[in-house]
Design a protein around this ligand. Sequence first.
Ligand code: IMP
Ligand code: MG
Length: 185
Amino acid sequence: MSSINPDLERVLLTEEDISLRVAELAQQISDDYRERGNLYLVGILKGAFIFLADLVRQLSIPHDVDFMAVSSYGNSATSSGAVRILMDLREPVENRDILLVEDIVDTGQTLSYLHKTLQGRRPASLKSCVLVQKEREAPHEPIDYLGFAIPDVWVVGYGLDYAERYRTLPYLAELKRSVYMKNGS
Ligand code: IMP
Ligand code: MG
């Protein structure tokens, strides 16, 4: 990887690592939901848009796609604790099989908030599919489909950003600490 951006420490997951794992997840999800009705996939913007797009194109079961946007961190690399819905689903989800699709779980606050909020709308079922989870000591919200466990560092690429940058890199990379410690976060 000779042309790696100088802001990046190292590549954690290559394009190939990701695409192989996404195919496995899609296969597993298709198998698990085959006997049910339409699967309602809820992508969490902005971070999950690339993961979701790759995942749904490999599903072999009927499905619908919708999005929610939430905000938790602003432009900083540490959690402020508060989660806010910036854009909600377009349809009621009562009696539907929902699969939340998230880019990353760090503290687990966002996922747990979304879980609580959507559970209150009485879906038939509610599960989550997450590309990467940071390894931490604190217990996480259980994840039903997990791509990879990664170290507790700031990562970018494949949909994930730092202050809106690096989102469209095709791989997942660790951002240099010097880049995200600059802004007082
Ligand atoms: P949590 O609520 O602490 O689990 O944080 C989840 C959200 O924070 C994710 O959906 C991301 O939008 C963002 N986030 C957490 N860690 C990272 C990271 O390393 N890179 C980019 N975004 C992150
Ligand atoms: Mg996110």
